[in-house]
Design a protein around this ligand. Structure first.
Ligand code: TXE
Length: 478
C-alpha cells in the first residue's frame, strides 16, 4: 500500500516529514498511520515536474498517443478495481459496491475524454479588410485539482481526464479523509505509460490545498468541496497569479413531487437514491416538496422505506451493505448535531439516532415541515437526513425550491412533460432531473449555479476549461 507522494512517476518521501493517520469509520480502527503529506517543498517539486513534462515530452505526444495512454489507464483501473476498492471502503466507509461503481465511472471519464484529444477544433473567420482571423485552442498548462472524500476517484477522473486530453499536466490532492485509494493510482499512471510528471498525486489537508491555490506556476485549479473552502481557493487563486478556477461546491437541492407523479418511482428516488453513499452526495435532493393532495400517503410510505433501509446498514466491506458509516467522527458529530437541532425545528418522522454503538452509523432520517429559517432546511447536512414540506401550487413550489443560496441540482416528479419543462426553466440550478435523481452522464456538463460552483465538469464544456483561446490575425495584404 503506497503512502508516499507520487511525483514524476515515482513514489517519494515527503520533504515535509509530516504524516497523517487514517481510521476506519466502521470501527475507528487504524488503517494507516504513515500517510505522508506534502509541504511547500513537495508541492514545488510536483509543480516543477508537471511544468517540465508540459514543456517537455508530453508536448511532443500526438493526440492519438494521448488517447492510447488514457485508455491504457482506464483499462488498468477496470482490471485493478478489486485490489484498490477496499482502501476506499476502509478509509471513508463507502460500501464496496459504491466504490466499484465510482471506479468504473472514473475509467469512463478517461475513456470518454480519450475520444476528444483529436477533436479540439479551432475556428476561422472570412477575411475582412485584408485581415484573416483564426482561433486555436491551446492547453492552459500546469493544472491542480483538489477533491473531497465522498467521491475520491470520480473527482480525480473528472478533473484529470479532461486536462490530459488537452495536453495539460496535473497535480492532484485528494481529501485527507481518504488519501489511500488515490495514492495507488500513481502506479497505474506509470504502468499505463504516461510520461513522468504528467500526473502527480500528493496527500495533504487544507494547508497543501492552499499551497496549490496560491502557487505562482500553476495555471488552473479545479476544486470540489465545501463552499467555505472553495471561496478560499478562489481568493488565493486571485491573489497569486489569477489562475483559472473551477469550483464544484455544496448543494441543498430541491425535489418537487406533483399529484400526477409515478409515486413508486418517486419513493425509490427519495429513499434509495437519496440515501446513496449515505447521503454524502453534493447533488442529493435533501429538500423535498410534495403536493398536499398526496403528502400523507407519500410520507407514510417513505417512512416505511427508511425503516427498511435501516436493515441495509452494515460494514462497507460487506457486499450486501447499502448504507455505510459517515466518513469520520467530525462528520458524524456534524450530522448528529444537525439532527438534534432539527428536533426543535421540525417534526421527526423516523430515524434521528445513531445506529449501533460502534462506528459512525446514522439512521436514515426524515424531518417534516421544517420552519423557513430552520438550519436543517437551509444548510447542507451531507448525511442520510431529508426534509419534507408540502405545497399547493406550482408557483409556491418553485418559490420555495429557489429560496436557497445553492443552485446545484433539482428534481421534478410529474407525468406532464410540459409542466416538467415549464418548471425546469424556472428552477435556479445547474441540473434538473425529471422523474429521476442523481443522474450523471460524462457527455453533459455537471455543476451548479449561485453558490454551488463556478464552471462545469464533464462533456465538452468541462474540457474547454483546460484550454485557452488564441486569436491569430494575419494581414493578407503583405
Ligand atoms: O470539506 P472541505 P470537508 C461539504 C459538506 C461537508 C463540508 C465539510 O457539507 O459537511 O463540506 O467537508 C481541501 N484551501 N462538502 O471538511 O473542507 C481539503 O483538504 C484549499 C460538500 O471534507 O471543503 C479537501 O481536499 N483546500 C462537497 C477538500 O478541500 C482546502 C464534498 C474538501 O474539504 C481548504 C465535500 C483550503 N482552505 C464536502 N480547506 C460536495 N459538494 O460534494 C480544505 N481544503
Amino acid at each position: 500500500m503506497h503512502t508516499q507522494l507520487f511525483i514524476n512517476n515515482e513514489y517519494v518521501d515527503a520533504k515535509s516529514g509530516e504524516t497523517i493517520s487514517v481510521y476506519n469509520p466502521h470501527d475507528e480502527s487504524l488503517v494507516a498511520d504513515n500517510v505522508q503529506i506534502a509541504g511547500q517543498a513537495d508541492v514545488d517539486a510536483a509543480v516543477a515536474a508537471a511544468r517540465a513534462a508540459f514543456k517537455g515530452e508530453w508536448a511532443t505526444w500526438k493526440p492519438k498517443q494521448r488517447s492510447q495512454v488514457m485508455r491504457n489507464f482506464a483499462d488498468l483501473l477496470d482490471k485493478r478495481a478489486s485490489e484498490i476498492a477496499p482502501l476506499e471502503a476502509m478509509s471513508m466507509g463507502q460500501p464496496l459496491s459504491v466504490v466499484h461503481m465510482m471506479l468504473s465511472m472514473t475509467a469512463d471519464a478517461f475513456k470518454y475524454y480519450s475520444g476528444w484529444t483529436d477533436k479540439i477544433a479551432g475556428e476561422q473567420f472570412p477575411e475582412e479588410d485584408g485581415i484573416y482571423n483564426i482561433v486555436q485552442y491551446e492547453p492552459v498548462g500546469v493544472c491542480a485539482g483538489i477533491g473531497a472524500w465522498n467521491g475520491s476517484a470520480i473527482f480525480f477522473g473528472f478533473k484529470i481526464a479532461a486536462a490530459v486530453a488537452t495536453g495539460c499536466t496535473f497535480i492532484y490532492k485528494g481529501s485527507e479523509k481518504s488519501p489511500l485509494l488515490l495514492l495507488q493510482l500513481g502506479a497505474l499512471v506509470k504502468e499505463a505509460g504516461f510520461p513522468p510528471g504528467v500526473i502527480n498525486i500528493i496527500s495533504g489537508d487544507g494547508r497543501a490545498g492552499s499551497m496549490l491555490a496560491s502557487h505562482m506556476d500553476i495555471n488552473k485549479i479545479s476544486f470540489t468541496g465545501s463552499v467555505f473552502a472553495g471561496k478560499k481557493v478562489q481568493e488565493l487563486a486571485a491573489k497569486s497569479n489569477l489562475k483559472r478556477v473551477v469550483l464544484e461546491l455544496g448543494g441543498k437541492s430541491p425535489s418537487l413531487i406533483f399529484p400526477d407523479a409515478d409515486i413508486e418511482n418517486a419513493l425509490v428516488h427519495h429513499s434509495q437514491n437519496f440515501l446513496f453513499n449515505t447521503g454524502q452526495a453534493c447533488i442529493a435532493a435533501s429538500r423535498t416538496f410534495v403536493h398536499e393532495d398526496i403528502a400523507d400517503e407519500f410520507i407514510k410510505q417513505l417512512k416505511g422505506r427508511y425503516e427498511q433501509f435501516t436493515h441495509t446498514i452494515g460494514s462497507p466491506m460487506d457486499p450486501k451493505t447499502f448504507l455505510g458509516p459517515l466518513v469520520d467522527g467530525k462528520q458524524f458529530e456534524r450530522v448528529m448535531n444537525f439532527i438534534e437541532i432539527g428536533k426543535g425545528e421540525a417534526e421527526l418522522v423516523t430515524g434521528g439516532k445513531r445506529h449501533g454503538t460502534t462506528g459512525f452509523y446514522v439512521e436514515p432520517t426524515i424531518f417534516l415541515n421544517p420552519k423557513d429559517d430552520a438550519q436543517i432546511y437551509r444548510e447542507e447536512i451531507f448525511g442520510p437526513v431529508i426534509t419534507i414540506r408540502t405545497f399547493k401550487t406550482e408557483e409556491e413550489a418553485i418559490k420555495m425550491a429557489n429560496d436557497t443560496s445553492y443552485g446545484l441540482s433539482s428534481c421534478v416528479f410529474t407525468a406532464s412533460t410540459s409542466r416538467a419543462l415549464r418548471i425546469a426553466r424556472q428552477l435556479e440550478a445547474g441540473m434538473v432531473n425529471i422523474n429521476t435523481s442523481q443522474t450523471f452522464a460524462m457527455h453533459a456538463p455537471f455543476g451548479g449555479s449561485k453558490q454551488s460552483g463556478l464552471g462545469r465538469e464533464g462533456g465538452r464544456q468541462g474540457m474547454m476549461h483546460y484550454l485557452e483561446a488564441k486569436t491569430i490575425s494575419i494581414n493578407m495584404r503583405v
